[in-house]
Design a binder for this molecule. Structure first.
Ligand code: CP3
Length: 333
């Protein structure tokens, strides 16, 4: 069993495992080298050999406790035949959605389209570098995927004024998302993922009154499903106002926190294993400050099952030597 699983399942507090969101990515020159030659991002995700190689790049450099498969949450709409492309300095742009056409897509159609992701997981799982480590599979949470699928671009740019106008379309789309996310989770597990993380990057956009319908109910459905397959599930509801309530309702096996919340309050209020929290911008400062901030989190959670991670993805401008120093700091604690 990996140390991450020991923390989650056995509630160990004497271990300090670490992995980093977006650990395989643009801050690594060896990733940028591959990316330069592969201009279509989705195609790159669907190249099993390259996706496995990119997934393993950070493990070659740093003593991390998990590999997270190089893929994207938008592989789901791609699998549903919605056009997805990534534009430089803009982010993802999606095509029009035809819900009636999408309703005809079968499980087999979907699996055929995204199968290279499962092959990549299998390659990662069977590589020496992940021995005694976790291989993390992931999905976007239903709400965050609904945002991309219907908004067709990042809400950071703009959330359509009429986003909530067609309730019947929202209901149908959420149903499709639930169905195919379960297929995607199951296949990642069957291919070797031993932990699933659910990314709800846009949880912070909603008001309390909408949480039941858009966040709690659909996420509960996925959490229960993943647990039924005997695999731990970590939830990351970035920007949610009340993490304690979220944990009580959704009941993930571990909760990943963002960098806006007070870790001391979280440690007191939340009984389940915690992951993450440190602001990714700390890696853009200096080593003394990085050490101080990282140790702050380890000290706060020293008697709490805790997995070190950041409060969002590592930034592309991060110097890999800072990541190296961070991992060493955690391992030497
Ligand atoms: O963590 C990892 O290393 C695994 C790979 C991973 C990627 N995306 C690769 C990626 C994971 C877990 C994701 C999740 C993801 N994707 C989320 C949830 C986490 C978060 O950041 O909030 C979201 C919202 C997306 C959608 C997405 N993918 C956006 C908005 C963008 C463009 C902006 C950006 O952050 O880069 C992407 C592109 C993307 N996904 C890249 C990578 C390495 C960069 C692609 C490039 O080289 O241009």
């Amino acid at each position: 069993m990996s140390d991450i699983k020991r923390v989650i399942k056995d509630k160990r507090t004497d271990l300090n495992p670490i992995w980093i969101m977006r650990q395989a990515g643009r801050y690594l020159p060896e990733f940028r080298e591959i990316r330069k030659k592969n201009t279509d991002f989705i195609k790159l995700c669907l190249n099993s050999n390259l996706a496995a190689e990119i997934t393993l790049q950070p493990l070659k450099r740093f003593n991390l406790d998990a590999a997270i498969i190089f893929s994207d949450i938008l592989i789901l709409p791609y699998g549903l035949k919605q056009h997805v492309e990534f534009r430089k300095n803009v982010g993802p742009i999606l095509g029009d959605l035809n819900i009636d056409q999408i309703s005809k897509i079968t499980e087999n159609d979907f699996i055929k389209r995204v199968d290279p992701v499962y092959k990549a997981i299998n390659l990662v799982k069977n590589n020496e570098l992940t021995k005694n480590k976790s291989t993390i599979g992931f999905v976007g949470a239903p709400w965050t995927l609904l945002v991309y699928i219907l908004n067709k671009q990042s809400p950071k740019i703009k959330l359509k004024e009429n986003f909530f106008a067609d309730f019947s379309l929202i209901e149908k789309t959420l149903k499709m998302i639930d169905r195919f996310l379960k297929i995607h989770i199951k296949n990642q597990i069957d291919s070797g993922a031993d932990i699933i993380q659910i990314f709800d990057s846009w949880a912070g956009l909603l008001e309390d009154k909408d949480y039941n319908f858009y966040i709690y109910n659909p996420t509960c459905s996925l959490v229960e499903f993943t647990k039924s397959l005997n695999v731990p599930v970590i939830c990351f509801p970035r920007g949610i106002k009340n993490y304690k309530k979220y944990c009580e309702i959704v009941k993930p096996d571990a909760i990943c926190i963002d960098y806006e919340v007070d870790p001391i309050k979280i440690e007191k209020e939340i009984k389940i294993p915690v992951q993450g929290g440190m602001d990714p911008k700390v890696l853009l400062t200096d080593k003394d400050n990085l050490k101080k901030e990282a140790i702050k989190y380890l000290d706060i959670f020293k008697d709490h099952p805790y997995i070190f991670n950041l409060g969002h993805g590592i930034l592309p401008e991060t110097d890999p030597s800072m990541m190296d120093y961070l991992v060493k700091t955690i391992k030497d604690y």
